[in-house]
Design a protein around this ligand. Structure first.
Ligand code: K1U
Ligand code: ZN
Length: 174
C-alpha cells in the first residue's frame, strides 16, 4: 500500500466525469488499498479516485469513530437507486478544499448499488453521515464539489482563498 498525493482545487481534473470500470482485479484492489491509506492518513472519512488524479468510478469510505475498529467500505461503479424526499443538513469538508467547511442540505437517505472489493454486486440503504458522505463522494465522480451548492459569493470567497494558498505553496516549492 502507498499513500498518494491529493489533488487540491482549483484543478481541472476535479471537474471531469469519472469512467465506469469494466473488471475487478488485483490491480484495481491495490488502487483501492492506496486510496484507503491516503484517506486514513489525510485524515478523512471518504475519498474518490479523482482526488488522487484517477478518473475512475471508485470510492472509499470509513465513518467509524474508533481508530482501532476500522470499517472500510469500497464502492466500485456506485449508482444511486433512490433518494428520500426528506432532507438533512450536515457540515461537510473536502480533502480537495482543505480548511473549508459548509452546511449542505441533501436527501437524508439514499439507496445505492455498487460492486464491492470482492467483485460482487451489492446494495445498501444509507442514512445520517454515511448518506451524506456517499452523496458527496458520488458528486466527485461527476465533477461536482460541495461549494457548487453554495451562493456564488461564498463559493467565490473559498475559491479565492484556495488560489492564494496554491500560489503561496508554489512559491515555497520553487
Ligand atoms: O471527499 C472528501 O474530500 C472527503 C471528505 C468527506 C466528507 C466529510 C464530511 C461530509 C461529507 C463528506 C472528508 O473526509 S473531509 C474530513 C473529515 O470530514 C474528517 C476528518 C477527520 C475526522 C473526521 C472527519
Ligand atoms: Zn470531497
Amino acid at each position: 500500500m502507498s499513500k498518494r498525493k491529493i489533488v487540491i482545487e482549483p484543478d481541472p481534473i476535479l471537474r471531469k466525469k469519472s469512467e465506469t470500470l469494466e473488471k475487478v482485479d488485483d490491480e484495481l484492489r491495490s488502487l483501492l488499498d492506496d486510496m484507503l491509506e491516503t484517506m486514513y492518513a489525510a485524515p478523512g472519512i471518504g475519498l474518490a479516485a479523482v482526488q488522487i488524479g484517477i478518473l475512475k468510478r471508485l470510492i472509499v469510505i470509513d465513518i467509524s469513530k474508533e481508530k482501532e475498529k476500522k470499517d472500510p467500505l469500497f464502492l466500485i461503479n456506485p449508482e444511486i437507486v433512490s433518494k428520500s424526499k426528506k432532507t438533512s443538513v450536515h457540515e461537510e469538508g473536502c480533502l480537495s478544499l482543505p480548511g473549508h467547511f459548509a452546511e449542505i442540505e441533501r436527501p437524508a437517505e439514499c439507496q445505492i448499488k455498487y460492486i464491492g472489493y470482492d467483485g460482487k454486486q451489492k446494495e445498501i440503504k444509507a442514512s445520517g453521515l454515511l448518506s451524506t458522505c456517499i452523496q458527496h463522494e458520488i458528486d466527485h465522480l461527476n465533477g461536482i464539489l460541495f461549494i457548487d451548492y453554495l451562493s456564488k459569493l461564498k463559493k467565490d470567497m473559498i475559491l479565492k482563498k484556495l488560489i492564494k494558498n496554491k500560489k503561496e505553496l508554489n512559491k515555497i516549492v520553487l
